[in-house]
Design a protein around this ligand. Structure first.
Ligand code: IPE
Ligand code: IPE
Ligand code: MG
Length: 247
């Protein structure tokens, strides 16, 4: 299959981030700027998703994690929450066949049980249908909170210890990682948050420990493959030291 946007020559294909996480922010401001209702900003914010996902798959990124709905986003108006929930259904209905055909494995990060039935079903079906695919790992964070994820991991580990299935001493960094929604995925290398905001908003707190952060100014609906490549280039210019010293 043809690569839609080949990597520009200044990007080193041997040094791509293995795991890219994206906080897709700025749909509301985009709608306002274009004198549209917020729901249309969110809709515009799904139209670039296909090219971004396809490009990550084409260039050989291992994992792409998208923040779609946080545990705090329930605080928005009923109308806005409903619009976002509808978009989840629309996205999977229109994209699942192509994603599956591209060997993409879908995983949902977050508390699916707290979602309305139709959304929960669609997400579970997508996970099931693509569960044995071996290409890009596409993780979609829905009803996700980083703190809630850590609480859940702590409770699971405590339960295992109380049941005598593990010792307290066996609870190490790897054990915690194994009890997160991202079990088995590489740590986040590159965290992108669009719209110029510079905060994590409860996203992947544990997994971003050594991520490089890039904060492009574009509002999410204006973020396309060339902007993604610019973020990757910025990532490649960083010097990752992990607490050590460069040679
Ligand atoms: C991000 O866009 C999408 C979600 C939170 C679901 P926003 O709706 O937060 O956009 P701004 O921050 O209001 O511009
Ligand atoms: C984070 O963006 C959540 C998603 C992009 C899904 P928010 O717009 O909700 O975050 P805050 O409120 O600005 O921190
Ligand atoms: Mg926002």
């Amino acid at each position: 299959m043809q690569v839609t946007h080949p990597l520009p020559p200044e990007i080193d294909p041997a040094n791509l981030p293995r795991h890219i996480a994206v906080i897709m922010d700025g749909n509301g401001r985009w709608a306002k700027k274009n004198s549209l209702k917020v729901a249309l900003g969110h809709r515009a914010g799904t139209e670039n998703l296909r090219e971004i996902i396809r490009n990550c798959s084409d260039i050989g990124v291992e994992a792409l994690t998208l923040y779609a709905f946080s545990t705090e986003n329930w605080n928005r108006s009923k109308t806005e929450v409903e619009a976002l929930m509808q978009l989840i259904l629309d996205f999977f209905h229109s994209e699942i066949d192509e994603l599956d055909a591209k060997n993409v494995r879908i995983r949902i990060l977050g508390d699916k049980a707290g979602l309305p039935d139709p959304q929960r079903q669609v997400l579970e079906e997508a996970e099931e249908r693509t569960g044995s695919n071996t290409g890009l790992s596409l993780n979609i964070a829905v009803n996700y909170g980083g703190r809630a994820e850590l609480v859940r991991a702590a409770q699971q580990l405590a339960r295992e210890a109380a049941a005598g299935e593990r010792t307290v001493e066996s609870i190490d960094e790897a054990a915690i990682a194994d009890h997160l929604y991202t079990k088995g995925l590489p740590e986040v290398d590159l965290l992108i948050r669009t719209s110029g905001e510079m905060r994590l908003s409860n996203f992947l707190l544990y997994q971003c420990s050594y991520a490089e952060f890039v904060f492009p100014e574009e509002l999410w609906p204006d973020f396309h493959v060339p902007q993604l490549h610019r973020c990757i280039l910025e990532f490649q210019r960083r010097s990752r030291r992990y607490g050590g010293r460069e040679e």
